[in-house]
Design a protein around this ligand. Structure first.
Ligand code: PLP
Length: 429
């Protein structure tokens, strides 16, 4: 669905974008819990299958609940169209697989979520897609040198999980565009409330909606949003979009759908063939979360700044990484790319190292040890022992995750209760 809500403030779009009921229709996006849709004639159905007319026929491709929620997220990012996926992992995979195939090459920042690193370095490699991982802070000339004739995209997180590296989005966009390929940004951590990657030249944005967007830890999901700004016909690197698709009687996406080509292909070809859509019930829950996204993200970030400032002064704390702290290595980049705030996530290490980290975590009462981040409840994780445990020591180093790193996801509880919990746990270390 195309984004018509560019003129409203983002807080308004969180609540209202994507769904405008007509006279007498439900005020809230209904859950279209139906796999299929009925038509009066076989001719109408045939036109849908040939993409000659638009409409719903099977939820694996499109569903009205999912489409309304996707349109809301497109509005939040300032994009032209979006597609929901069954997980953030699926969004990362399809965002790239939509424009490359065996024999192609992708450049990715090395500081990415451990699951994405595995997807790229192990699973997609098996499909014949090769990745070069680069330090996000590398000089632009070195980034330019990483491109090969078969490079099809550049991928990075705007705010890396869990290293909290703030990406110089413009540097990455310039290099990608100079080489005729799009920049794909995982904007999960800052969310569009804090960072709008399209404004800085990113072409595609993906999210794990499982995190702040859902916000309540109820539903795994993802989304891919297209800015509509990348010209797929500028070179011959993207034949999947610019040459006929035999599975649709020779239709060419860039010709038939213009700015909607990338998302349309992802829906009608990849979702049709590989089927990674969320159930409408999950899309509905995601939509409820999105309504309060702006409010929640603001409070997460306010609380996180207070906790980061407290940790910074504590004698048992060795280091604190929170890009909202003056003096942080990424403070200036954060001011440019996410001036309101970064996220509710802080990473830190204790003077007592890995052992102290475990003792501290086990002593927390309000904050829970969970494999999650970015929901309303304060939670903590030791990435080297969990999400990143498949990574070797050198890969851990490259992705900015030390063995002592604790990732604290500050929730929206009262900040004094969070502080008291951290204080009593530190006293036990
Ligand atoms: N991207 C980032 C930044 C993440 O933190 C995660 C999960 O933690 C993912 C992608 C994968 O998302 P999901 O767990 O929804 O598949």
């Amino acid at each position: 669905m195309l984004n018509m809500e560019k003129s409203y403030h983002i807080n308004t779009n969180c609540v209202q974008a994507g769904y405008s009921p007509k006279n007498g229709e439900p005020r809230v996006v209904p859950i279209y819990q139906s796999t299929t849709f009925k038509y009066d004639s076989s001719e109408e159905m045939a036109k849908l299958f040939d993409l000659e007319s638009s409409g719903y026929f099977y939820t694996r491709l499109q569903n009205p609940t999912n489409d309304a929620v996707a349109a809301k997220i497109a509005a939040l990012e300032g994009g032209v169209a979006a597609v929901l996926t069954s997980s953030g992992q699926a969004a990362s995979f399809f965002s790239i697989f939509n424009i490359c195939s065996a024999g192609d090459h992708i450049i990715s920042a090395s500081t990415i979520y451990g699951g994405t690193f595995n997807l790229f370095s192990v699973t997609m490699k098996k499909l014949g897609i090769d990745f070069t991982f680069v330090d996000p802070d590398l000089p632009e000339e070195e980034l330019m040198a990483a491109f090969k004739p078969n490079t099809k995209a550049v991928f990075a997180e705007s705010l890396a999980n869990p290293a909290l590296v703030v990406l110089d989005i413009e540097k990455f966009a310039r290099a990608a565009h100079a080489n005729g390929v799009p920049l794909i940004i995982d904007n999960t951590f800052p969310t569009p409330i804090n960072c709008r990657p399209f404004k800085f030249g990113a072409d595609i944005v993906i999210h794990s909606t499982t995190k702040y967007m859902d916000g309540h830890a109820t539903s795994v999901g993802g989304v891919i949003v297209d800015s509509g700004n990348f010209d797929w016909e500028q070179n011959d690197k993207f034949p999947g979009l610019t040459t006929p698709d035999a599975s649709y009687h020779g239709l060419t996406y860039s010709k038939a759908f213009g700015k909607g080509a990338y998302i349309t292909k992802a829906v009608v070809q990849l979702m049709r063939d590989l089927g990674s859509i969320p159930g409408p019930q999950n899309a509905f829950l995601l939509n409820i979360g999105l309504e309060t996204l702006a409010l929640r993200v603001e409070r997460h970030c306010q609380n996180a700044l207070v906790v980061a400032q407290y940790l910074e002064k504590h004698p048992k704390v060795a280091w604190v990484n929170y890009p909202g702290l003056a003096g942080n290595k990424y403070y200036d980049l954060a001011q440019k790319y996410m001036p309101k705030a970064t996220s509710g996530v802080i990473s830190f290490g204790l003077k007592s190292g890995r052992e102290g980290a475990v003792e501290f975590m086990d002593s927390l009462k309000l904050a829970a040890i969970v494999t999650h981040v970015a929901d309303s409840r304060t939670c903590i994780l030791h990435p080297a022992g969990t999400t990143h445990r498949q990574l070797s020591d050198s890969e851990l180093e490259e992705s900015g995750v030390g063995a002592d790193l604790l990732r604290l996801s500050v929730g929206i509880e009262h900040v004094n209760d969070i502080l008291a919990d951290v204080e009593q746990a530190l006293a036990k270390v």
